[in-house]
Design a protein. Structure first.
Lengths: 409, 334, 535
């Protein structure tokens, strides 16, 4: 019958085709499976906006050592989570670019390997070194130290302000309705308000003898904290802080001249100068007379604990990224103060960078300990509520209670 | 069985037309047949004389609603357009829309070597078109089976494929990464960082709500058509390809368009799968431009988004005639 | 009555002579049927060839489970398409295979995670945790210098040639042999040992990392290790791992940490050494999900809002979409295409971009709506509890109506025009025709979509997160949950607190929510089945 003949034909055809295909491909497969590991490959994850800066350094390194470096640009919002998820599978990168406050989480998850800076440790700015170390072990090769400062429109206000009230007064005298802007948001932005908090003597955590943050010593609720809360409420009522001001709105106000003082970081300097503003960098004017210390965020590179090429990774980082040329390359891309002392000095020939550096001398590293996560959850909302008129003392007390409860949970 | 009794036995205009053509008739014959059942336009009243009141009662109010809702639909998008024309600005920093006017961002997006926008565009089109077509086809196959055949587990199967899609995709990222790295080890061509792998993952969702939707539409096609065709000697496959598919064109077009749009805008899975800049799709590539709020380039992103919306609108206009048009000229539904 | 039709239907034409009949059959087969058959064979041949290739590759990798699955599925597919009986299966197979491979896997993986403690601190395997703990526990010996080292090799065993910078002494040791002074030849090599080039060092990277040359016979003096093959440092380890007893001992405090089965080394006082590892925890996560005290407070409010949000979203988008589809069902209306293109634009832009824009427009002090449309009003669209909910519904309407519009446009085509005429003849006005006849018919086709849309919005995490982040926070609750949080976003906030990501708990929560949604959906489907029967 026709059907059966056709089936035989079909089966025969299939058999022949399959064998031919399989033969070709298995020879291909066996070629692929005998991977030649003649060249070591380092996979490096960087933020997409830094890929360009790294390209030059990477090519030079490849020429020097013959190690192939594969740069992968990653989404800034997902790079940390992807790294933590992928390292245990063995398919993660060898090196990842990140920030020092990741260290608590990275170390708890066991995904980073220690780096030994050796003698070159002294070549880095002290705050960079301190931030790269967690529980006594160094994990990060720092390349940039960033902190916020006051951007002043030097055309509108020729002199720096001496205190917070002086700043507002100077701005009002120049005829501005909103003399001072800082990025806030509906959920608050405690990162930017921190210098004011430290000016009242209320850091988040106390530090031990070596300068490490102590998660059992929550200082945010000390007397200075309550004084800060009261001050914040008053300033909110006076309109100097507004939770409706987002980063975009603050930027627009400063670049159009509606505001003369902008508390922000080096990442926004180019936006201001591009708009034609004559920018000067000042220290954060303190409301109390004590120093207003902002947070310092240190950026650096981590080595994956599951990397198969730790020797190459360490060589790449310590002996190569840790050199002046590469640090300056990275500086040119992000305009943030380099972490290597000699590079920092070179970069500080730019008065704006010098200004940030001066403020950075007073900066304190953001706590990297896991307990800090509990603080971030409640901190911004509490400050936003105070700015919008809630009772400062009660709100700050609730903040302290919530955070203590979350830490001990 | 109640399910077999379809809601309305009369053939629609389109169905009659297709039946005629499928039975071997020509377009003219179809028109003639159609003429008997379909509606001819009533004797036209002289158009000039229609008063404003009549026009309003008939079409004017439709225009009113259309204009109001269109405004509602468009005005947030004006921000995007405005930001794309303002190369230094922010997205929502200021309410002064269209203050600046320059095509810098568009040029930047198309020519910047670090931002391979044309590649992204191409990748997205490939993935969306291939997946869209295949999804519609597979869905239609399944809908035909569910609609026309009786087999054990039919009702349960239908509900299952819809309910499966409701599962929260919380850990989908991790799961997909694990699975695709394993597959990539064995079959690099469809593993991580390949468009084919991405297409396969999307096709995993081919059977879903869209199938149920098609099933519902398939049910509106009277079984009598099938039986008539069977009498003429057609097998189930022939019935499917030559008769049914043409009659369900509206829902196929709708599902195709929805699938296309959904895939063009899909971010989570594409961002896990595609790593090399040259392989990325539009949404993944564009989102990276603004993922870091400190260095977000909203102007370039907006320009990219505006250009990315164009194929969607174009496809919609192309598919229009299948969605709302009839199969023979003049045999519109309404 | 059976619907299954064989490909060789009996010829029902007027009776022909046997010769004519067989001639007709041949002609027929030579025509369409042959074409179909050849096509089918070619497709199957391709599928089988791919399967055989896959089997070979899997064989090379030794993946027996996957291999047997592939083989079994291929045989099944072949049987389905060659057999004359399994007709529904022929249509359903491609979709089902894709569904099972690519969707069911993610489902099962999520379910699996729900039974483990995967999350922060339990990120990998036990071996990975141990090696991570050991490498983090290395501490430089005080005042020890930076040694210049060279990696050397003898008989495939690696050693370190160490030069002390303080006195220039050169010594050599291996993992088992402590440092001993050696004489170096004039070219810097040691007799019997070869120095590895940098490339060689890179090749044997894992061996080099494992090199720990004891400084002396006393283990308390520490060992020299190198990280880059060029410099070496003297380390002492603060943790000691005993593989036999499976314990970690802290050498500075003497505390002993044992593996208690909870996924981390734990001391007697309950202190855990992190990183730990993933372990199976059974139903722990589910129990915690149900009994967690912190969510009990807002649970009712959040659940109620979730239902309201999902139902109102579906209803509003459906009605607007349907209204528009009906509005455009008019031949004389001009510019229809223009309107329709504008109306689907919201659907053509990425949702997160739109959400950001709406959030900006609804900004209380500076947003477009307050400043421009309402002339300087200060309405707290996103921060007042009630207004925030209304804003979310408005934005979801904006995001969702084009979808419903498209669907209704297509679905309306399935309703024949005679229905309209019949209604007119019965004396009904357009509204009655619509309500009594068209709408029920439409709902039959569209109701599964409404149910699915309900399920989608029930879990519409993205919108809530992007527009309000959960909205104005509840002031009296200890977890950071707000007035516009829906169940799934609350789950995120509970499971991912601060830096702590508890994937196991989140998976358990998701499964519980899924069960709720699935039950509701299945019940709704039963009702629509009844709807079909009514018609």
């Amino acid at each position: 019958m026709k059907v059966n003949k056709k089936s035989w034909l079909a089966i025969g055809g299939i058999a022949v085709a399959s064998i031919i295909l399989a033969g070709c491909s298995s020879s291909n497969a066996s070629d692929d499976s005998s991977k030649d590991d003649a060249a070591t490959t380092l996979t490096v994850w960087v933020d997409t906006e830094r890929v360009d800066a790294m390209k030059g350094a990477v090519e030079a390194y490849e020429d020097k050592t013959g190690v192939t470096v594969k740069l992968v640009g990653k989404d800034n919002g997902k790079i940390k989570d992807d790294f933590i998820q992928q390292v245990p599978t063995g398919k993660g990168p060898d090196v990842v670019m990140g920030a020092h406050d990741w260290l608590g989480e990275l170390s708890t998850n066991g995904v980073v390997a220690p780096i030994e800076l050796g003698d070159s440790a002294d070549d880095y700015l002290p705050v960079a070194l301190q931030a790269s170390t967690y529980e006594g072990t160094t994990y990060m090769l720092p390349y940039a130290v960033e902190n916020i400062a006051i951007l002043r429109n030097a055309d509108l206000i020729p002199e720096a302000a001496t205190s917070f009230d002086d700043m507002i007064a100077k701005g009002k005298a120049a005829g501005l309705e909103t003399p001072f802007v800082v990025e806030q948001g509906v959920e608050g932005n405690p990162y930017h308000l921190y210098p004011f908090q430290t000016a009242f003597g209320a850091p988040v955590f106390g530090t031990d003898a070596e300068g490490n943050y102590d998660p059992t010593d929550l200082q945010i609720g000390n007397e200075g904290g309550f004084q800060f809360a009261t001050w914040l409420g008053a300033q909110g009522a006076a309109g100097n802080f507004n939770t409706d001001i987002t980063g975009d709105i603050a930027k627009t106000k400063f670049t159009t001249g509606e505001a003369a003082f902008w508390l922000t970081g080096p990442w926004n300097v180019s936006a201001a100068t591009d708009a034609g503003i004559n920018v000067a960098i000042d220290a954060v004017p303190s409301p109390t007379g004590e120093v207003a210390s902002p947070f310092a965020g240190v950026k650096g590179f981590f080595v994956s604990s599951e990397s198969k090429n730790k020797v190459a990774a360490n060589d790449f980082l310590v002996n190569y990224i840790g050199t002046e040329d590469v640090q300056l390359d990275l500086f040119k891309a992000g305009n943030v103060l380099p972490a290597l002392k000699v590079a920092a000095d070179t970069a500080a020939s730019d008065p704006i960078i010098a200004g940030f550096q001066k403020v950075g001398a007073d900066a304190v590293p953001m706590p990297a300990i896991p307990a800090m996560g509990a603080v971030w959850q409640y901190w911004g909302i509490a400050e936003a509520a105070i700015i919008n008129g809630e009772d400062p003392t009660a709100t700050w007390q609730k903040l302290t209670d919530d955070v203590s409860a979350a830490i001990t949970k | 069985m109640a399910e077999e009794r379809l809601p309305y036995p009369e053939k629609t205009v389109a169905q009659q037309a297709v039946l005629t053509t499928a039975a071997g008739g020509t377009a003219e014959e179809a028109e003639l047949m159609v003429g008997g059942i379909g509606q001819f336009p009533r004797a036209e009243k002289p158009v000039r004389r229609r008063s404003f009141g009549r026009w309003f009662a008939d079409t004017g109010w439709r225009h009113l609603i259309a204009v109001v809702v269109s405004l509602f639909a468009i005005f947030p998008l004006l921000y995007v357009l405005s930001a794309s024309l303002n190369s230094n600005g922010t997205l929502i920093g200021s309410n002064r829309l269209f203050g600046e006017f320059s095509f810098d961002s568009y040029v930047r997006m198309l020519t910047n070597p670090d931002v391979p926008y044309p590649m992204w565009f191409l990748n997205t089109m490939i993935v969306a078109v291939v997946t869209g077509f295949t999804m519609v086809f597979i869905g239609a196959l399944a809908a035909y089976a569910f609609s026309r055949m009786r087999f054990a587990g039919r009702r349960v199967g239908l509900i299952t494929i819809v309910v499966v899609q409701m599962f929260p995709q919380l850990l989908a990222v991790v799961a997909i990464f694990l699975m695709m790295t394993a597959i990539g080890d064995w079959f690099p061509a469809i593993g991580l960082n390949t468009l084919s792998g991405l297409i396969l993952i999307y096709l995993g969702g081919a059977l879903g709500v869209n199938t149920y939707l098609m099933y519902g539409f398939f049910n509106t096609i009277p079984k009598e058509l099938d039986e008539a065709a069977k009498i003429d000697g057609a097998g189930h496959a022939r019935i499917f390809f030559t008769i049914i598919l043409r009659l369900v064109a509206p829902i196929l077009a709708v599902v195709g368009l929805l699938a296309f749009i959904g895939i063009v805008n899909e971010y989570v899975i594409a961002s896990v799968m595609l790593i090399d800049p040259d392989k990325k799709t539009l949404v993944v590539g564009l989102t990276q431009l603004v993922s870091n709020p400190r260095y977000a380039d909203w102007s370039a992103f907006s320009a990219g988004a505006v250009m990315a919306a164009i194929p969607v609108v174009v496809l919609f206009l192309l598919l229009q005639k299948y969605i709302v048009g009839g199969l023979t000229a003049g045999a519109t539904k309404g | 009555m059976t619907d299954t039709v064989t490909t060789e239907a009996a010829d029902k034409a007027p009776p022909q002579t046997p010769k004519q009949r067989s001639a007709a059959r041949i002609a027929d087969a030579a025509g369409g049927k042959l074409r179909w058959l050849v096509l089918k064979i070619v497709l199957l041949a391709i599928v089988d060839a791919i399967a055989v290739y896959a089997v070979f590759v899997l064989l090379a990798h030794g993946e027996w489970l996957v291999l047997s699955l592939v083989a079994a599925v291929t045989i099944l597919v072949n049987w389905i398409y060659f057999s004359r009986k399994a007709i529904p299966a022929k249509y359903l197979t491609p979709g089902i295979i894709l569904l099972v491979v690519f969707q069911i896997f993610t489902l099962s993986y999520t379910a699996y995670i729900g039974f483990t403690n995967y999350g922060t601190g339990h990120n990998g395997t036990k071996d990975q945790a141990i090696s991570s703990l050991m490498s983090s526990s290395l501490v430089r010996v005080e005042d020890s210098p930076t040694y210049d080292v060279t990696v050397v090799e003898r008989f495939n065993e690696l050693g370190l040639l160490v030069t002390d910078p303080t006195d220039g002494d050169v010594s050599l040791g291996t993992n088992t042999q402590p440092l001993e002074p050696v004489d170096i030849a004039s070219d810097g090599t040691v007799d019997g040992w070869t120095s590895l080039s940098f490339a060689d060092v890179l090749q044997r990277s894992d061996e080099v990392e494992a090199l720990a040359v004891p400084y002396s016979d006393d283990p308390n003096d520490g060992a020299i290790r190198t990280q880059d093959g060029q410099k070496g440092y003297l380390y002492v380890s603060t943790l000691d791992y005993d593989p036999v007893a499976d314990t970690m001992t802290d050498t500075t405090t003497g505390t002993v940490y044992t593996d208690t089965g909870s996924g981390a080394f734990t001391s007697e006082t309950g202190e855990q050494l992190l990183p730990g590892w993933q372990v199976f925890v059974g139903f722990d996560n589910f129990v915690r999900a149900v009994t967690d005290a912190s969510i009990r407070g807002p649970l009712l409010a959040v659940t109620a809002w979730t239902f309201v949000f999902a139902i109102v979203s579906v209803a509003s988008t459906f009605f607007l979409g349907l209204l528009l589809a009906l509005v455009f069902q008019n031949k004389r209306m001009r510019f229809k295409n223009g309107y329709r293109s504008m109306l689907i634009l919201p659907y053509a832009f990425p949702a997160f971009l739109s959400a950001l824009i709406w959030a900006g427009m609804m900004n209380k002090s500076f947003g477009f709506i307050n400043q421009v449309l309402l002339g300087g009003a200060e309405i707290p669209w996103l921060t007042d509890p009630w207004l925030a909910k209304i804003s979310i519904l408005i934005v979801n309407l904006w995001l969702g109506f084009p979808y419903m519009f498209l669907v209704c446009m297509g679905a309306l085509q399935g309703i024949p025009e005679e229905v309209n005429e019949a209604g007119v003849m019965d004396g009904a006005n357009p509204w009655q025709i619509f309500r009594r006849i068209k709408l029920p018919l439409l709902l039959v086709t569209v109701s599964p979509l409404l149910i699915a849309s309900f399920a989608f919005n029930f879990n519409n995490f993205n919108l809530i997160y992007m527009l309000t982040g959960g909205g104005p926070r509840f002031t009296d609750v200890s977890i950071p949950v707000g007035q516009t949080d829906i169940l799934i976003s609350m789950v995120y906030k509970v499971a991912f607190t601060g830096q702590n990501r508890d994937y196991g708990l989140a998976a358990a929560f998701s499964i519980l929510i899924f069960i709720v949604v699935a039950v509701i959906s299945i019940i709704s489907f039963r009702k629509t089945k009844a709807l079909e029967e009514l018609n």
